[in-house]
Ligand binder design. Sequence first.
Ligand code: F6P
Length: 548
Amino acid sequence: MRIAPGPRSASWTELHAHARRLGAVPTRELFERDPGRFERFSRRGAGLLMDFSRQHLDEMVLGRLLELPEAAGLAAYRDAMWRGERINATEARAALHVALRQRPGERLGGEAIEREVLEERERMLAFAAGVRSGRIAGSAGKPFTLVVNIGIGGSDLGPAMAAQALAHYSRGAPRGEFISNVEGCRLADVLEGADPRTTLFIVCSKTFTTLETLTHAQSAREWLREALGEAAVPSHFAAVSVNHRAMDTFGVHPDHRFRMWDWVGGRYSLWSSIGLSLAIAIGREAFVAFLEGAREMDAHFRRAPWEENLPVLLALIGIWNINFLELPTLAVLPYEERLARLPAYLQQLEMGSNGKSVTLEGRRAEWQTAAVIWGGPGSNAEHSFYQLLHQGTPRAALDLLLPADSSCGNRAQHELAIASCLAQAEAFMSGYPAEAVREEFDREGLPAERRETLEPHKVHPGSRPSTLIAFPRLDPATLGRLIALYEHKVFTQGVIWGINSFDQWGVELGKRLAGALIASVRDPAGQPAVAPGVQQLLEQLAEWRNTP
Ligand code: F6P
């Protein structure tokens, strides 16, 4: 199926030549040459508008980029994913997260998988409805008012991000909290003053072996047991995992267990029962709308020709910026506070999937792969790191996300967000050239000696590439579309780079080394020697820890 990674295609060589050709041209000049860029370099699809007219490219570049999907065999690979083939080659697994959002009758993954997915979805949604209505309650019969999701990575980032993004759909639902980092202070804060009789814990862990998750789950279990007794535990825990034996051992009631499958990667699992805390927060109708939004993007990704295909275009723009303009980071800047956790979610999705340097053939990739993903809510960011983005030495690619309407009915202030976002997109692209600075000085009548000093400091070079993704409003369907857009962008980049987007061997080493160090942390003197540099650290930390 694999033809060859994109970097081995003739188009790749051509694209390097185009990067040299455009190297000395300011992006604003591309607009001056072609004022119709918006029409040429924006697309609509699956309810979104994607405006990439401020990217540093022209028709010739786009034409060559659009040759890469064919060169890399994207269509065949995409169809193989949908058929449930084991495209996750190093783990011999399928990557069938798209099957999680299928409608009845689609048979994605085959009849058996379709049946399992739909049955499990119904069980999860019924459980969520029971918690929301109070039909499912604590051991004392009191409805749950606090739902604590215990998980990490894909078992935390997705539910936490989505719960914040759709908070305006969770009025009247139990309060949701998310516990992940291993040090335990967050759990202590959440349980401070919490009523065990009305607290539900959801342990999300595909493997049910993750140190952080099991540690927190045991702490929560002990807290609950001490307050209400061992017999109360099953009423106050639910769990999502492939590991039924471990859920048995922990004492999770069979009706409170929800399954996952090996063919769903953690960072692609929000659509499954890992989304239970989200379903409790927003309810059945909104959760199904969330799935439907992703399904709409799936259909677009499968049907739209490459030149109209939003995930493919977003992927190709990323490849242009990373591999040819040599921009190694991408800042995700949502002009919507409720999407504040989206950059963190996309960090795992993008860097967990494509942070690889060995190709599917087992050879070292001689090209760059995933960018460093970072970012934060737009207008906050203007007051923190936009200085670097405008006038700094490291340059970044930018994704600006912009709802047309306020998610809380505050139209006047949301109009300020729109103005900020569009102004910044223009400023990043056109900069503030010296002649514009001098005109400003003329208008202000600035004295000559001040002009000479100040001018170089006020110039903005511009040519900071950005894509603007706009949509009517932040609702469940739109969130589903946005996440699926990035999922399929990541998939497309992985295929073109010739890497496996669905394994994560790089996260195992640290975990293994940490497990070996725990005894030494607890007793630096008494344990077998650790790496020289570590021993002194352990002793100093122990001294401080033992000094009140
Ligand atoms: O970070 C490694 C990883 O395996 C992620 O892929 C996963 O989302 C996370 O840890 C949690 O794993 P689990 O859901 O098995 O607890």
